[in-house]
Design a binder for this molecule. Structure first.
Ligand code: 13P
Length: 287
């Protein structure tokens, strides 16, 4: 059941768990996430970066695929189709294409420009029934060409952006896209606590979900994180399972080169990663 993400995240905040945003890249990814969510009764958010949208030949293709799959797989758990780290133009395109949720990443602008653009996009999103996420501070590392310095968000700036009527807030708290370096300092929990209290407890988003230790994930949820984004981990588990299949000679046995067979170990690996994340985030049975 395709919905916007507002209600599921308020429920998660109040119920002290987090909804997973799993980024998708193609049909196999989408099917793996949707079927796992349905099997486990978990709400889920399908994240689409602008790069992944382009790869899938455009946001309209993505919407058509997700809407059709929602119907053909008889998905009854709440799912949202969400633009990840959207530009101003990308957000407008996703509203037009029929997404149910957008993220405007104005974190690289000066705060006044971030406020101005976010204000406009909040109106556009809400007029069309979409939920909207905004960002303050920045997520370190690189995701699909979006590079961030990893600065910890300023509480006053978070308050300014939260007051614009956004539905959830991504605040940088030392989190990083991709694999964490061995000298990573960990999440800035003091900042998280202050942001949570200072923003009237708006649902908070933790980007860079790959590789954060379990205790940190649990503590972040206890301090107001209601949505956790995972992208790299599915790519790694998909690649490892595919590599193993080929190295074991799977593609050379009884038509094992058929893409439906070749891509199946990776598909199953994504399903397993989703299950592990839903378990850790506490979202199983919360649909
Ligand atoms: P990872 O790739 O580190 O899991 O981060 C995903 C993310 O934050 C998407 O916005």
């Amino acid at each position: 059941m395709l919905v916007n993400a507002k209600e599921m995240l308020i429920k998660a905040r109040d119920g002290h768990y987090a909804v997973a945003q799993i980024n998708i890249n193609n049909l196999e990814w989408t099917k793996a996430v949707l079927t796992t969510a349905q099997e486990l009764g978990a709400p889920v958010i399908l994240g689409v970066s602008e790069g992944a949208g382009k790869y899938m030949t455009g946001f309209k293709t993505v919407t058509a695929m997700v809407r059709a799959m929602d119907e053909s797989l008889k998905i009854t758990v709440p799912i949202a189709l969400h633009l990840d780290h959207g530009t101003y133009d990308g957000c407008k395109k996703c509203v037009e294409a029929g997404f149910t949720s957008i993220m405007f990443d104005g974190s690289h602008f000066k705060i006044d420009e971030n406020v101005e653009k976010t204000t406009e996009l909040v109106r556009l999103a809400h007029d069309n029934g979409l939920s909207i996420e905004a960002e303050v501070g920045s997520i370190g590392g690189e995701e699909d060409g979006v590079v961030g310095a990893g600065e910890v968000a300023d509480v006053a700036e978070c308050q300014k952006i939260a007051a614009l009527g956004i539905d959830f807030l991504a605040a940088g708290i030392g989190n990083i896209h991709g694999v964490y370096p061995s000298n990573w300092k960990g999440l800035a929990f003091d900042a998280l606590e202050n942001i949570h209290k200072g923003t009237n407890e708006i649902p908070l988003v933790l980007h860079g979900g790959t590789g954060i230790p379990e205790e940190m994930i649990k503590k972040a949820i206890s301090l107001g994180v209601s949505k956790i984004n995972v992208n790299t981990e599915c790519q790694l588990t998909f690649a490892a399972a595919t590599r193993k299949y080929i190295e074991d000679g799977g593609d050379q046995k009884s038509k094992g080169f058929d893409p439906r067979k070749l891509l199946n170990p990776g598909y199953e690996a994504i399903k397993l990663t989703c299950k592990e994340k839903f378990e850790l985030f506490g979202s199983i049975g919360k649909a």
